[in-house]
Design a protein around this ligand. Structure first.
Ligand code: AMX
Length: 434
C-alpha cells in the first residue's frame, strides 16, 4: 500500500471509531436550529454537514486543517519553487499532517505516474465546437474520463462497503493526475490553434500544468503553485463542494461527483466570477479609454454598474465578512512580482474604492473582495488574457479539496444525503398552528 493511502487508512479508521462512539453517546444533541428565513434563503449558516478538510470562519477566512493561508505559506514544502506545493496541501487535507519535502516529492511522482489520458477524452472534447465555453469542455472531458473509474467497476463487481474508501482514493488520485493535461488541452485547443505541449516529467504538478498551458516563466509557475493551493477548498457548504458531497452520497464515483461540482462552479455567482471580474475591468478600461483611471473614474464606473442592476464581480460573499485571505495572498504575490502592472493597480484601486460604495447600499452583508477579485489580473500580467478559461483553473484546484473530502466521506461511511423540503402551503399551515 502506498504511504499516503496507508496513513489515510490509519487516520480514517481511528476517526471512524471515534465518530461512532460520539454518535452513540451524543447523537441526539441539538447543534443548530433552522429559521424560516434560512429555509427560503439558501440554507445559509445551517450546521448540517461534516467536512473534514477545511473550515471557514466569517472573520478570519479559510483554515485548512487548522492552518491559515499565511501559515501554510510558511509550513508547506515548496520544492524547487517559492510558493507552497499543492501536493503538500492535498497530503495535509487527507491526513491532517504537514508532509515532509520527501513525502511531497513522492506525491508529485505518484501523480506523474498516474497521468494517462485515454484518447477518447480528447475526442469527446474535439466533438464540441470551439466556441463552447471552456467549463463545458472541462465537464465533458471529466465525464469522458469516467470510463477509468475503479469505483464504478468494482461496484459493478459487488465490492463490499468496507472497500469504498480505497477505490475512492484510487479514483481521486488518478483524476487529479489527469486534470492538468485535460485542462491544458482545452486551453490550447480553444485559444492556441490546438498546438499541444507535451508534459515535462521533471516538473511538479502545478508547474507542469503551467508548462502544458504554454507558460514556462518561473514566476508564472510560482503563481500556479499558489493559485492551485489557495483555490483548493472552502469548507463543505459552497456550491461546488456541496455538489460533490451530494452527488457522491449516492455512491456516484469521484469522476461523476466532480463533473457535477464543475457545473456548479461554472455559475457566475460562484467560480465564473473570476472571468467576470476581468471582463468587467477590461470593459471599464475600454469605456474610460485609459489603463490608468483615477479613483474618481472608478467610483463612477462602479456606480454605473450598480445602477444597471448588475453586481460588482469579485465582491461580497455568502459567509465571509472581511477581505478574503485568498485575495490578500494574491495581493502579497502581486506586490512582490508585478506591482507596476496597470491592471493589478486597478484591482488595488477597486479594493480601496468599492467597499464604501457597496456598504452605502445598506443591503450587502460583505462589501469586501473575495478570491476572484484578484486572480485575473495576475494571469493577465503573465499573458494569459483568455478569461473564458479562468474558471477551469479554479476547477483544477478545487479537485484537491473536494476529492480529499470525498475520500473522507466514504471512509466515514456517510449515507445518502436527503434533507427535508417544504411547500409554502405547508409553511403557512405551520405558521397558523404556532
Ligand atoms: N455587487 C452588487 N450587489 C451585491 C453584491 C455585489 N458584489 N454582493 C451582494 N449584493 C447584493 C445581492 O445581490 C443582494 O441583493 P438583493 O437583495 O437585491 O437580491 C444583496 O446584496 C444581499 O446579498 P448578500 O446577502 O450580501 O450576498 P449573498 O450571500 O446573497 O451572495 C454573492 C453572495 C457572492 C453571491 C454576492 O456577494 C455576489 O453576487 N457577488 C458578486 C459575484 C461574486 O463575486 N461571486 C464569487 C463568490 C466567491 C466564489 O464562489 N468564487
Amino acid at each position: 500500500m502506498d504511504p499516503l493511502k496507508a496513513k489515510f487508512k490509519e487516520k480514517a479508521a481511528a476517526l471512524a471509531a471515534e465518530v461512532k462512539s460520539m454518535l452513540k453517546e451524543h447523537g441526539e444533541k441539538v447543534i443548530d436550529q433552522v429559521t424560516l428565513s434560512q429555509a427560503y434563503g439558501g440554507m445559509r449558516d445551517i450546521k448540517s454537514m461534516i467536512w473534514e478538510t477545511s473550515l471557514l470562519d466569517a472573520q478570519e477566512g479559510i483554515r485548512f486543517r487548522g492552518y491559515s493561508i499565511p501559515e501554510l505559506s510558511e509550513k508547506l514544502p515548496k520544492g524547487r519553487g517559492k510558493e507552497p506545493l499543492p501536493e503538500g496541501l492535498f497530503w495535509l487535507m487527507l491526513t491532517d499532517e504537514i508532509p515532509t519535502e520527501e513525502e511531497t516529492l513522492w506525491l508529485t511522482n505518484e501523480w506523474e505516474k498516474r497521468r494517462n489520458v485515454p484518447s477518447h477524452v480528447y475526442a469527446a472534447i474535439d466533438a464540441l465546437p470551439k466556441e463552447t465555453h471552456a467549463m463545458t469542455m472541462f465537464t465533458v472531458g471529466i465525464m469522458a474520463l469516467q470510463t477509468e473509474s475503479i469505483f464504478a467497476k468494482r461496484y459493478e463487481e459487488g465490492m463490499p462497503k468496507s472497500e469504498y474508501w480505497d477505490v475512492t482514493y484510487e479514483d481521486s488520485m488518478n483524476l487529479i493526475a489527469n486534470l492538468p493535461p485535460v485542462a491544458a488541452y482545452i486551453y490550447r485547443r480553444k485559444f492556441k490553434d490546438g498546438q499541444r505541449i507535451e508534459p515535462n516529467t521533471r516538473l511538479d504538478w502545478a508547474s507542469n500544468f503551467a508548462h502544458m498551458l504554454g507558460y514556462d516563466d518561473a514566476d508564472f509557475k510560482n503563481l500556479m503553485r499558489l493559485y492551485m493551493t489557495i483555490h483548493a477548498d472552502h469548507e463543505g457548504g459552497n456550491a461546488s463542494a456541496h455538489t460533490t458531497h451530494l452527488v457522491g452520497s449516492t455512491l456516484s464515483d469521484p469522476y461523476l461527483s466532480f463533473a457535477a461540482a464543475m457545473n456548479a462552479l461554472a455559475g457566475p455567482l460562484h467560480g465564473l466570477a473570476n472571468q467576470e471580474v476581468i471582463k468587467w475591468i477590461f470593459e471599464m478600461v475600454d469605456n474610460l479609454g485609459t489603463t490608468q483611471p483615477t479613483d474618481e473614474q472608478i467610483v463612477e464606473y462602479v456606480k454605473k454598474t450598480l445602477s444597471e442592476g448588475r453586481v460588482v464581480p469579485g465582491y461580497g460573499h455568502a459567509v465571509l465578512r472581511q477581505p478574503d485571505p485568498r485575495f490578500t495572498a494574491q495581493k502579497v504575490f502581486a506586490e512582490q512580482y508585478c506591482q507596476n502592472d496597470d491592471i493589478v493597480k486597478i484591482v488595488w484601486q477597486i479594493f480601496n474604492t468599492v467597499p464604501p460604495i457597496l456598504q452605502s447600499l445598506g443591503k450587502i452583508k460583505n462589501p469586501w473582495p473575495n478570491v476572484d477579485a484578484h486572480s485575473g489580473a495576475l494571469l493577465v500580467h503573465y499573458g494569459m488574457k483568455e478569461y473564458g478559461f479562468y474558471t477551469v483553473l479554479f476547477g483544477v484546484s478545487r479537485a484537491l479539496g473536494v476529492l480529499a473530502a470525498q475520500c473522507w466521506s466514504r471512509a466515514l461511511g456517510f449515507p445518502l444525503e436527503r434533507p427535508k423540503s417544504l411547500t409554502t402551503e405547508l409553511v403557512k399551515e405551520m405558521l397558523a398552528n404556532t
